[in-house]
Design a protein around this ligand. Structure first.
Ligand SMILES: CC(C)(COP(=O)(O)OP(=O)(O)OC[C@H]1O[C@@H](n2cnc3c(N)ncnc32)[C@H](O)[C@@H]1OP(=O)(O)O)[C@@H](O)C(=O)NCCC(=O)NCCS
Length: 150
């Protein structure tokens, strides 16, 4: 399968398909509500950002996966690290190596830019995603997420 899968930086023409993937992802995460207008604005901002990456996975001309990375400065690391977000694969393409390819490409991009760590948040109830990250060698932390709306 992997020979027919293309993982590369997303382009503006991919946005409608990426919005469908984000809709599916947000349905799984009770902390978020999907808003197509906001999602599109956010995606387009990411596409124009030098220190961020939005990866699209394409199979047979169809967008089947998304993963984004954004750079922040870590005082713990003394340099740039990356936040991985928006990891989602189309339902009929799950379990076929697309997620693994997306994260491998995100890691390659991050390492090339001197990022020393990647981190992400996952819904504590999303056992499938947690098992996926375990399988890919992502360590667990004791951190929990808090937020305050402005
Ligand atoms: C989680 C998700 C991104 C994984 O992508 P995927 O393309 O299905 O995963 P892959 O096929 O690349 O699997 C990679 C490895 O993880 C394992 N894995 C994937 N899904 C798994 C699951 N549900 N349970 C256990 N292991 C799993 C695979 O067995 C595979 O291991 P292997 O390569 O050693 O055989 C995808 O299932 C998805 O989009 N889920 C819904 C959205 C979501 O939850 N996103 C994460 C938000 S934090």
């Amino acid at each position: 399968m992997s020979h027919s899968l293309l993982v590369r930086p997303a382009q503006a023409r991919h946005v409608p398909a990426l919005l469908e993937l984000l809709d599916a992802l947000f349905r799984l995460e009770s902390d978020f509500a999907f808003d197509a207008g906001k999602a599109e604005r956010g995606l387009r901002m990411l596409l124009g950002q030098d220190d961020a990456l939005a990866l699209a996975a394409e199979a047979r001309g169809r967008v089947v996966g998304l993963c984004t990375v954004q750079t922040v400065i870590s005082t713990a690391e003394g340099g740039p690290v990356g936040w991985v977000e928006d990891v989602v694969v189309a339902e009929d393409w799950r379990g076929r190596g697309v997620g693994r390819r997306l994260l491998a490409e995100a890691e390659r991009w991050a390492a090339e830019r001197g990022l020393t760590r990647l981190q992400l948040l996952a819904d504590g109830d999303n056992r499938a995603a947690l098992d996926f990250y375990d399988r890919l060698g992502w360590g667990a932390t004791r951190l929990v997420c808090r937020r305050r709306t402005l």
